[in-house]
Write a protein that binds this ligand. Sequence first.
Ligand code: UD1
Ligand code: UDP
Length: 376
Amino acid sequence: MSKTKFAFVLGTRPEAIKLAPVILESLKREKQLDTIIITTGQHKSMLEQILELFKIIPDHDLKIMQHNQNLASVTSKAISGLYKVFEDEKPDLVIVQGDTTSTFCGALTAFYKKIPVAHVEAGLRTFNKYHPFPEEINRKIVGSISDFNFAPTYRAKQNLLAEGIEDSKIWVTGNTGIDALFAVMKIKHEISKQISVIFKRKKRTILVTAHRRENHGRPLKEICKALSNMLKKFKDIQILFPAHLSPNVQKTVKEHFKSTERIIILPPLNYSDFVFAMKNSYIILTDSGGIQEEAPSLGKPVLVLRETTERPEALEAGTVKLTGTDSRKILDAVSELLQNKQEYLAMTSKSNPFGDGTSSEKIIDLLNNIFNKHKG
Ligand code: UD1
Ligand code: UDP
C-alpha cells in the first residue's frame, strides 16, 4: 500500500519557524508518511537560514521572491507554481501555517485541486480587515477552506465556531512556535561575536522589530522618532534593531538612524541569535506576531507597536501591552517600564498562554491517525 503523502507549503520566516517542528514530527513517521516540503520562496535568505538551522531540505522551491514585491505578484506566481507541483506530487493533504500570502495560496491552490487542507495556527482574529493587512483576511479565507483547523487556544477555536466552522474540524493544540522556541534553545549554536559583544555592555537593551505592511511609511517613522527620544531620555539604555529586509523598512530606518554605539541597526538575526537577544534584553518592542507568543516563555515584557492584536490571550495574561505607533505613547510606555520595577515585574514571570511545546506532536499524531484510518 502506498504511503500517505503530506505536502507542507511555506514561504516566509515565521512559517518556517512554526512549521519546522511539525515537519520534523512528520519526517519521524517515515514508515507511514511521505513528507514533501514545498517552498514558494516568498522569502529567500530569511527563510533559508531557518531551514538550514533545522536541517530541512525543500523538495520544491518556486523561487518567487522579487525585490520590493507586491501582493498581486506574490499571489499569482505562488498559485501557478503550486498548481503545477500539486499536479505532479498529488499529495493526500496540504499543510499550511499562519496567515501569509504563501499560506493563503497554499490553501487556495489545494482547494482548486480538491486536496484536503490542514491549517496550523487557525482561528486568530482581530476583526479588522486592514489590521494586520492582508493577514487578517488571508487567515479567514484559509479557515473557510481548511478541513483540519489547529487552533492554538480555546479562544481561537471559539472564533472559528462563530464563523460556522464545524466543531469536528477544530482541535486546540497550542502554538507550534513554542515547540520551535524550545527546540532552538536545545540546538548547540555559537552566538555571533557581534551579538555577544552588544550584550556584554552594561546597558539595558531594548530589542526592536517592525515590518508590518500597515506600519510602512508614517507609523514606522513615528516608531523611529520614539526610539530617538528614548535614547535622549535614558542614558543607561541601548537599542538593538534587526531590521526586516523589506525595502520599505530598510529605507525608513536607515534614513532615520546611523548605526551608533547606542542604536545598533542590523540585518535580521538568525533565529538562535535572535532568541539569545530576546532572553538578554530588558524590553521588546515589536509589531511581530510570533514574538508576542515567544516572549512570555522567556519572561520578557512586550510592547506591541500595533493598534490591534489577534493574540488577546497575551494581553489578558498581562505579558504584552498595545502601544500603537504614536511616538509619544510608545515613549510613555517604555518610560513606565524602565522606571517602575513593580510594573515591569507585573509583565514578566507569567505562564505562556500559547502552549507548552507539544503542539507539533499532537498535530501529526492526529493527522496520521485520521489518514491511516481512511487508507486502511
Ligand atoms: C511577509 C508576510 C507577513 C510576515 C512577514 C514575515 C504576507 C502578506 N506578509 O511580510 O505576514 O509577518 O513576511 O517576515 O505574506 N526580502 C528579502 N529577503 C528575504 C525576505 C524579504 O530581500 O529573505 C525583501 C524583498 O525585497 C521582498 C520584501 O522583503 O520583496 C518583502 O517581503 P514580503 O514577504 O513581501 O514581506 P511582507 O509581505 O511585508
Ligand atoms: N526572528 C528572527 N530574527 C529576527 C527577528 C525575528 O529569527 O531578526 C524570529 C522571531 O523569533 C519569531 C519570528 O522570527 O519567531 C517572527 O517573524 P516575523 O516577525 O518576521 O513575522 P510574524 O511573526 O510577525 O509573522
